[in-house]
Design a protein. Sequence first.
Length: 449
Amino acid sequence: MAGVVQPTAGTMLFDGQPSLFPTPAIALRNGVAMVFQETTLAPSMTVAQNLYLGDERLLNRLRGVYISAQQFLQALNFHVDPTATVASPGAAKKQMVEIVRAVRHKARVIVFDEPTALTPEEKHHFFALVEGLKSRGVSIVFISHAIEEALAIADRITILRDGEHIAADATATFDRDKIIRAMVGRSLSGELYKRRGREQIRTPGRRVLSVQDLTMGNTVRNNSFSAYEDQITGLFGLVGSGRSETARIIGGIIKRDFFHGGEVRFEGRSARYRTPAPAVRDGIVYVTEDRKLEGFFETMPIADNLYAGLLAKNLNAGGGIANMAEMRALADTWTQTLNIRATDKNARAVELSGGNQQKLVIGKALLQRPRLVIFDEPTRGVDVGAIGESHNFIDRIADQGMAVIMISSYLPEIVNLSDRILVFRQGRVVEEFTPGDTTEENIMYAAVH
């Protein structure tokens, strides 16, 4: 529809006329814009420059571009600094910039592909924006695995499975269970987001991680908490609350303040990681929220990506030198273990679906034999069938004795999987809850107030 790939058969009608857009630029000139699931922004440019990229005047005044971008962002209730480089904000804020850029082009058809990796407040603003676009006559195609969102916002729902049309009708004719049955061929109502009782909460094992007064500028401020073996510690908070930044400091991806930056103790000893490599060697693995940018090598096959996990820790038989027989055997074993589905064994990572890409990233991390696994938004952009598989896999990791930290913006996921829930606000943990003794409303109240 947006000119990114060309069909091998069939026709597309636009304004009643057969249309085929050879490039996204031509599609955009004809009034069709798309917000992609994976960011297409230029990371070295500022937010404002990305908004106006491809639409610049002959002579541009940077200050004027920043002011115009700031006004446009504020009009949509999206709180993003227009002068910041795109590489610096998290995945949610990049998603906001993608949405704003599509809206700014005044397209007649906008395709949103998994656009709601946002906080509840930001989703509310996004849904209001969609309603406003509809009232102005803009056609919206909303691609999502989030069933509740589709039921709430769509006028008509079409369900695809394995590239084939399964069902289409007015939203009023669907409910959650009917959609799931059409998506995966069976009902999952009793499996996903089922509330656990107190007897199902795991008791903590040995303390693996202790964070004391962790500080990084104004993003993470005097943050303290612990993580334990045999337990899933859930981290919840709004975008900008410091959840992901705290996890990335622990994993050595970003650095805490040099003076008064606090202390990280792993396995009973103090640790300050300046890069991820020593953290991986010690047994800490961070599974990123941005799998395309940080999670895998997209042009490499599944086997090569999995083997990279071993090479990163020198766990392969060749001691850092690739062994092709070992690589193939490893790929066969883990493809079956994780149920990674691909067209063939040599499929590149970029050719996999979002759910299978996420399984690949998880497999690569677990091959490093960690003691602590940090999952950052583990089901972002993942289909409903793969969500259940990912949840079961995370549960099994904790049952096997590992310490697990899970960051999620989706409250049912946090409540369903976590053994304890830490709520972040303004760069620190402000509240701790036990899933069986609290409600989603209490958790959200702590995150906001």
